[in-house]
Design a protein around this ligand. Structure first.
Ligand code: C5P
Length: 343
């Protein structure tokens, strides 16, 4: 197809934009540019936003975004439009004509400002979706895509990796990790997400950290380094579950998120008591998570949380009920070690 192929007007490009979970998150320093240096293991989730990209060939048209589902805030602040604009700037030099305007639709299924990086994932999907819609998928190299991604936001480059990764620097250094090794017939672990109905803006949480809302230094960093090396060569689902307690404690931003989101610590404690499992925090929060042997088990836990909130037995922070979902990881499925040696 050529740039602006009319087929893209009627057959839009579709992309899923997965949420992410931080299994570990260590803040390892402050950078000269004011950002914080991180060591974090991130995994994409089955929970995903859905985006479609169609060409808008009308004269003088500009990029448009229509959002369904969760309120994603004003379109002018949306990272999707920023990512499309940055991608257009990056490809313009190599093309004979400017890439046409896009009509974009976003089905927002990932809660906003929740520590799940839905907006950043949408932005990564928009870089890819725009290039595909313009029929210029090879116009940018992987390094150029990463540079565009990093210019849009710290969490965006991770989503170009397409799987679990160790993320360092401010978010721009992404090393792909193998993730899980599942035995034949073994199900991937389940994950319960509980997101209080209150936004935790990343900048505010980092500011609280820099203001002293931090735990003892070095503990999350050691856990994160150890886990990254284990996850790098592949863990079984059971081994991942055995590490839930260590992982749930390996987020340096927990005290800072607790300073920003009133009631987060008692809510986390109440979930620990209710579910009898370690409860972690994803990113800068306020999403809390628990690992389960399967999605079905996580579903049962989700029902228990909804019931406990509904009866007032557990009181979540925020103005309304939390978002509660059972999901799983998107991860490579590797042969187990016995299978690998059989080959
Ligand atoms: O890069 P992004 O715009 O997503 O970051 C939002 C805010 O979070 C930044 O303005 C910065 O205050 C903070 N941040 C940070 N260190 C990081 C990532 C984000 O301090 N590694």
């Amino acid at each position: 197809m050529s740039i602006g192929d009319p087929a893209r007007v009627v057959t839009p490009v579709v992309r899923l934009a997965p949420a992410k979970l931080n299994l570990t998150l260590a803040v390892v320093g402050r950078r000269p540019d004011g950002y914080h240096a991180l060591h974090t293991v991130m995994v994409p989730l089955d929970l995903a936003d859905r985006l479609t990209f169609a060409l808008d060939p009308s004269p003088g048209a500009s990029d448009r975004l229509h959002v369904e589902g969760f309120d994603a805030g004003p379109a002018s602040d949306n990272l999707i439009l920023k990512a499309v604009e940055a991608t257009r700037r990056a490809v313009r030099g190599g093309l004979s004509a400017p890439p046409p305007a896009l009509a974009i639709r976003l089905d927002k299924r990932i809660p906003v400002a929740a520590g799940l990086a839905g907006g950043s994932s949408d932005a990564a999907a928009a870089i890819d979706g725009a290039l595909e819609a313009w029929s210029t998928p090879d116009e940018l190299s992987a390094a150029e895509r990463s540079a565009v991604a990093a210019s849009v936001g710290s969490d965006v480059p991770f989503f170009l990796a397409g799987g679990p990764a160790l993320v360092e620097g401010r978010g721009e250094r992404v090393t792909r990790l193998h993730g899980l090794r599942l035995a034949p017939g073994e199900r991937p672990p389940g994950l319960l997400l509980v997101t209080p109905a209150i936004a935790a803006h990343t900048a505010a949480v980092f500011e609280a950290w820099a203001g002293g809302a931090m735990g003892p230094p070095g503990i999350a960093a050691r856990s994160s380094e150890h886990f990254a090396s284990e996850f790098g060569s592949g863990l079984s689902a059971g081994q991942l579950l055995e590490r839930a307690g260590v992982l749930a404690a390996a987020n340096d931003l927990l005290p800072a998120a607790a300073a920003v989101v009133e009631g987060l610590v008692p809510f986390r404690r109440a979930l620990m008591r209710l579910l009898g499992r370690p409860i972690g925090l994803s990113g800068s929060g306020p999403t809390l998570w628990a690992l389960y042997p399967s999605v079905d088990d996580a579903d049962v836990a989700a029902a228990a949380v909804r019931a406990a909130v509904g009866t007032g037995f557990v009181r979540p922070p925020g103005d309304g009920p939390p978002f509660v979902a059972a999901t799983t990881f998107l991860t490579d499925v590797l042969p187990t070690s016995e299978e690998a040696t059989d080959r």
